[in-house]
Design a protein around this ligand. Structure first.
Ligand SMILES: [Zn+2]
Length: 154
């Protein structure tokens, strides 16, 4: 359920595990073992976790910005992308800068020509750059900040 949100949180630099294959008991056991906070939209799962002394956060919000705003407020997350902290949206590994010359042939020629900064995930080898989709990421983060700002004013 929270797969998309997971990718957002990783880009923002949060260490997030995600699974849609585990049942409630397994999710709670894993969170306890890793001392992670269980993030869920499932009120029943949230209540079970709390009953078992697992730190949990019940995530409300209909839209992506509402959900992000609620998480950012709760965990005091900076809504700016800092690539030195960013994690691979696919596998949660911290990304590393990679020299432009090394990505030649691994990204489209137009991408190679147009962009100078690239990052690589050491685990899955995915190459990242702040491409056209980046504007959408920024505007979503700005919208989220605005939402938080409005609520804080009352
Ligand atoms: Zn990766």
């Amino acid at each position: 359920m929270l797969g998309k949100l997971t990718r957002w949180l990783r880009i923002l630099g949060l260490d997030v595990k995600y699974s849609n294959e585990l049942d409630d008991a397994e999710l709670i056991a894993n969170a306890k073992e890793d001392t992670r906070i269980l993030l869920t939209k499932d009120l029943n799962l949230y209540r079970q976790a709390i009953a078992k002394n697992v730190d949990a956060f019940y995530l409300e919000g209909r839209t992506r910005t509402e959900k992000l705003a609620n998480i950012a407020k709760k965990f005091k997350i900076q809504l700016n992308v800092d690539m030195t902290r960013s994690r691979c949206p696919k596998c949660n590994q911290e990304v590393e800068p990679i020299a432009k010359q090394k990505v030649r042939g691994r990204v489209k020629e137009s991408t190679f020509k147009y962009y100078n900064e690239f990052w690589k995930c050491p685990k899955c080898s995915q190459i990242y750059w702040q491409g056209a989709h980046w504007e959408r990421i920024r505007s979503t983060l700005e919208a989220t900040k605005e939402k938080i700002g409005r609520k804080n004013k009352g």
